[in-house]
Write a protein that binds this ligand. Structure first.
Ligand code: COA
Length: 564
């Protein structure tokens, strides 16, 4: 079928739909919901059999849903209505939640239901639930709805709808530090994380809070800041304390999310410091060992790896290499494996060019350390998505295993034509071959797990529940550590590395990539700086890129038809 994805933005759910529907043989094209006229033009050009709206912030124009069946993905169970479905579910402590695929009509979220799924709720941030449970349920429900639609016999039923719930206001999630427990504070912050955050006052400033975790072992007068640790501050609740890793000061010089300790730097004198990643500190990196397998978790907020984060990760990796293990699993974080350099930190630095340079060198050091590892077999195990340099950093490992739901964005071009580093120019042709490497770099498209394996960007897809992924990875890693295979593989890898080094030293690949990156950072062309500024400030796109708006690609239009 020809399917038009109509979406507010090409967010993780829209990307996953794009990948999934294409993998099922459908012809998929995308249009951002910018205004009614543009949407109607898209429908005219694409002539879809079906419109699917994975992420919309307003109703579909009547002229569109009267012309073609439009299926809207609502992140709530059947009958639920309103724009803040998941926010309310977290605030109200729902035990199960759901996703409904319903047909667009005049009344929002009240049309006939084509499919739905439910799932148990988890104590997690809204964005985490959205990227995991909601996405998984939405994909299953959309597949079912599409099958029903194409079979042509299914008659969708109108649900018994509840009154539409209003959007959550800041007052609905405001924290009362004098009375709220840790669990309540976490629920409130998580209901607005990643967006819009919880509005709060810290040291007399209005800021928005994100990235909250329980801080076991810490306590104090409710509302006071009782500790700091790397990027996070700990604030006391009535029965303990919470770590707050990121805040946004809308009136500050950098009105986007930044580490709490950098936004509040002038206010933290005398606040006791706890060792980062230590038992009482804010934890991003964690190492565990199961017999011959060492597992390194690195859960950086939004997968963004700044200079200091890379240095810490490199240190933890070095320490893990000292252990008498055979396999090291690089597990990344629960949400993202890595999204490359931390663009927010770069944007906020006094010299973004200098900080970009430091950051890319720090991430390259990690990549190089993984590639040069001779004592262990290494595995990058991706439970969450990866983008840009994060994808190539994963490819530095001997094996890349992906959860079946992972979406990769293995390209840098959307960030102002960045050339990219992380030794991709060595890794990609080596693993994928030159032709596939070129295709991957030029495409600017998200890629599903199976396609990534078919192209050599990854080695294996692990099916099953995402929550079970670490267990599956553990089993596979144990198998990899088994003698005598392990010894043979390690010897083969050392030989291959030595041969590659003799052919062209790694340092030369790195120097060549960095020379191009230097131009991106310091050269005449400001595209990277402009793209980064737009990205961190979330400047809304005014048109859909033609890479995904295929109906607007003149090269794909039948003769005589114009794209606009
Ligand atoms: N630095 C800082 N923040 C980042 C980031 C990065 N490299 N990559 C993603 N984020 C943040 C986003 O701003 C967003 O923040 P929010 O919580 O305030 O909404 C969040 O992570 C999720 O990203 P989003 O873009 O909404 O996710 P997505 O699934 O739609 O898209 C990517 C994923 C990877 C395609 C997209 O995030 C991206 O292009 N990131 C930049 C990658 C990059 O160019 N890195 C630098 C070169 S190595």
């Amino acid at each position: 079928m020809r399917i038009l994805l109509l979406t507010h933005s090409f967010n993780s759910l829209a990307q996953r739909m794009f990948v999934e529907l294409a993998a099922h043989g459908h012809e998929v094209t995308v249009e951002f919901d910018i205004n009614d006229a543009v949407t109607m033009e898209a429908v005219r050009l694409a002539e879809p059999d079906l419109v699917i709206a994975p992420f919309l912030k307003r109703p579909i124009p009547e002229a569109v849903w009267r012309r073609v069946v439009c299926l809207v993905v609502h992140p709530g169970p059947t009958g639920d209505r309103g724009p803040s479905a998941l926010d309310w579910a977290i605030i109200e402590g729902e035990k199960t939640w759901g996703v409904t695929v319903l047909q667009a009509e005049a009344e929002m979220d009240a049309g006939p239901v084509w499919a739905w799924r439910t799932f148990p709720m988890r104590d997690a941030a809204k964005s985490s639930l959205y990227r995991s449970e909601v996405t998984q349920a939405a994909v299953a429900a959309v597949h079912e709805a599409v099958e029903r639609f194409s079979a042509g016999r299914f008659v969708p039923e109108r649900p018994a709808v509840r009154p539409q719930r209003p959007a959550v206001r800041q007052a609905d999630r405001a924290i009362d530090w004098m009375h709220d427990t840790t669990a309540t504070v976490l629920r409130k912050i998580r209901s607005g994380d990643g967006n819009p955050g919880v509005k709060d006052t810290l040291f007399g400033r209005t800021v928005y809070l994100y990235d909250a975790h329980a801080a076991p072992g810490l306590a104090g007068n409710p509302g006071t800041v009782v500790a700091r640790s790397a990027s996070a501050i700990a604030r006391a609740t009535t029965d303990g304390a919470v770590w707050i890793g990121h805040v946004r000061d809308p009136a500050g010089p950098h009105p986007f999310k930044l580490p709490a300790t950098s936004v509040l730097a002038g206010n933290l004198a005398g606040v006791p410091e706890r060792e980062v990643d230590g038992p009482e500190g804010y934890r991003e990196i964690r190492y565990e060992e199961h017999g011959p397998v060492g597992v390194l978790h690195f859960d950086f907020y939004n997968g963004a790896m700044g200079t200091e984060a890379c240095r810490r990760l490199q240190g933890a990796y070095r320490t893990a290499l000292q252990r008498p293990t055979k396999v090291i699993v690089l597990m990344g974080g629960a949400e993202f494996w890595s999204n490359g350099m931390n663009l927010n930190l770069i944007e906020a630095s006094p010299s973004p060019a200098d900080e970009s340079w430091r950051n890319i060198n720090a991430i390259d050091d990690v990549s190089e350390a993984i590639i040069r590892t001779e004592s262990h077999l290494t595995v990058a195990a991706l439970r969450g998505n990866a983008g840009a340099g994060g994808v190539f950093l994963a490819r530095a490992a001997d094996r890349v295993w992906l959860h079946e739901g992972v979406v990769l964005n293995p390209h840098y071009k959307d960030m102002g034509n960045l050339y990219g580093s992380e030794l991709w120019s060595y890794l990609l042709p080596k693993r994928a071959g030159h032709e596939a490497a070129n295709r991957v770099v030029q495409a600017r498209l998200p890629m599903g797990a199976r396609e990534a394996v078919s192209l050599g960007l990854a080695d294996e897809v692990l099916d099953g529940d995402r929550a079970e992924f670490p267990v599956r990875v553990g089993e596979e890693a144990q198998a990899l550590a088994d003698e005598p295979e392990w010894s043979k593989l390690v010897i083969a890898k050392r030989r291959a590395r030595a041969a590659d080094e003799a052919d062209k030293p790694l340092s030369r690949y790195r120097a060549e990539e960095l020379e191009r990156m230097r131009l991106n950072f310091y050269g005449f062309d400001q595209s990277y700086h402009v793209a980064r500024s737009n990205f961190v400030r979330k400047v809304v796109k005014s048109r859909t890129p033609v890479t995904i708006a295929r109906h607007r690609d003149r090269r794909l239009q039948p003769a005589g038809r114009k794209a606009s």
